[in-house]
Design a protein around this ligand. Structure first.
Ligand code: HC3
Length: 396
């Protein structure tokens, strides 16, 4: 007889005990995702620094707004691009691996670098772990041909109440050189579904704001299946001029649908202007340097032995190799302390105030950069990056 979700259908028979101990341990979860100890079968070989790549797996859609002369349509194309990133960000691991696994916790200074090649030329990515306490990942993604740069950083604040609930702290900033235009993007909250059954996956909740310096804001509201009604991975969005969030008559565009399936964007007259199918949109593969050519701080090289051990299901070696990384990090911090210096970030600078952010956050109810939660405001620093090691094969 098939097992019900409550009986842990997706948990391998040999791991049922450890899964139920894990669920019990969640009752006293302290909110620090990096300290969570999960059973072997649910460990991922991918570090969170790699997740930054999900923002640009369709570079064509990222750069498309930069070619649009009409500011309203440009803001709508930014909305379309943002919605198109959601499936990769929040559902791709579930699809690929059968469930959401627990990612590797990046160490301070960990890097993940790569590039995409498509008809828009080269789009480059650098992702860096800029803080360990609290864990913060920063990234910069740019396409020089089209003068487009996306940068941002994120941290997670978690809590446990019936399931794991995660509030994301941080934001993304998208810039178009041609229009000297910026967009602030806030990050959705999420929670884990399917936990009891042992096949966890992400559902989004609450809202995202995309605030354009050109005077238009989009708000995306997420909803899911719920206990009684609702559809998985649903979204509804509206775009309106600044200050008009509450005015239904001011809505310029509507979006409606699913972030893992189809969504439609309509204009004020409810005419369809864009139709998007997340299942059909072709992705561009990210190119990453072969391991032997990577810097020792690059994620896949640094975690190679841990990842191999996880893949073999060899938990003793996994723990041993993780300890080696942790101990070398502890030794580095001790050395820095005795030399009265801090770890130097390679690509990002910590700021205490960014006027552009303050201006754009005015459009987000109760919004602010919350720099106390992320050890500062992290901005890509072209001067640092120019001299950084490892170097890029393209100008910044
Ligand atoms: C909560 C999460 C880690 C954080 C992941 C973030 C928020 C990271 C930034 C990306 O841009 C977007 C993103 C997507 C998924 C988020 C992960 C989902 C699950 C994972 C937890 C740490 C794992 C919980 C453990 C278990 C066993 C339930 O899978």
């Amino acid at each position: 007889m098939p097992k019900t979700e409550e009986e842990g259908a997706a948990v391998p028979a040999s791991s049922r005990g450890s899964w139920s101990s894990f669920l019990k341990s969640m009752a006293s979860f302290n909110g620090d995702l990096s300290s969570m100890t999960a059973p072997a079968f649910i460990l991922s070989t991918t570090s969170l620094t790699e997740f930054s790549a999900y923002w640009a797996e369709m570079p064509r859609l990222l750069v498309a707004p930069s070619k649009e002369p009409d500011p309203q349509k440009r803001a709508m194309l930014v909305l379309r691009w943002f919605l198109s990133t959601l499936k990769q960000q929040y559902a791709s691991r579930n699809e690929k691996l059968g469930s959401e696994k627990k990612p590797l916790n990046p160490f301070l200074g960990e890097l993940f670098m790569g590039s995409w090649e498509d008809e828009e030329g080269t789009t480059q990515l650098v992702s860096e772990q800029v803080s360990h306490h609290p864990p913060v990942t920063a990234y910069s993604i740019w396409n020089k041909n089209n003068g487009v740069r996306l940068q941002g950083y994120n941290a997670q604040k978690a809590s446990f109440r019936t399931t794991i609930n995660v509030r994301q702290v941080g934001h993304a900033l998208l810039h178009f050189d041609k229009w000297d235009e910026d967009y602030l993007i806030t990050l959705p909250a999420l929670h884990i579904e399917g936990l009891i059954g042992g096949s966890p996956y992400v559902e989004l909740n609450q809202s995202t704001y995309i605030v354009g310096s050109n005077g238009f804001t989009s708000r995306i509201d997420y909803s899911g299946k719920g206990w009684v009604s609702g559809t998985k991975n649903s979204l509804k969005a509206v775009m309106y001029p600044h200050g008009k969030e509450k005015s239904k008559d001011s809505i310029i565009y509507y979006a409606d649908g699913s972030w893992t399936g189809d969504f439609t964007i309509k204009d004020a007259k409810k005419h369809v202007v864009e139709q998007y199918n997340a299942k059909k949109e072709p992705k561009t593969a990210l190119k990453v340097a072969p391991l032997q050519e990577q810097d020792p701080l690059e994620s896949r090289r640094a975690w190679q032995k841990v990842a191999e051990a996880i893949q073999k299901g060899d938990m003793n070696t996994t723990a041993h190799e993780k300890t080696i990384i942790e101990e070398s990090q502890r030794a580095l911090r001790k050395k820095e302390q005795s030399e009265k210096r801090q770890w130097e970030r390679r690509f990002f600078t910590r700021l205490t105030s960014v006027p552009l952010l303050d201006q754009l956050f005015k459009e987000v109810p109760y919004g602010s950069p919350e720099q106390d939660q992320t050890n500062g405001i992290w901005m890509f620093d072209p001067a640092l990056a120019k001299n950084a090691n490892p170097k890029f094969n393209d100008e910044l």
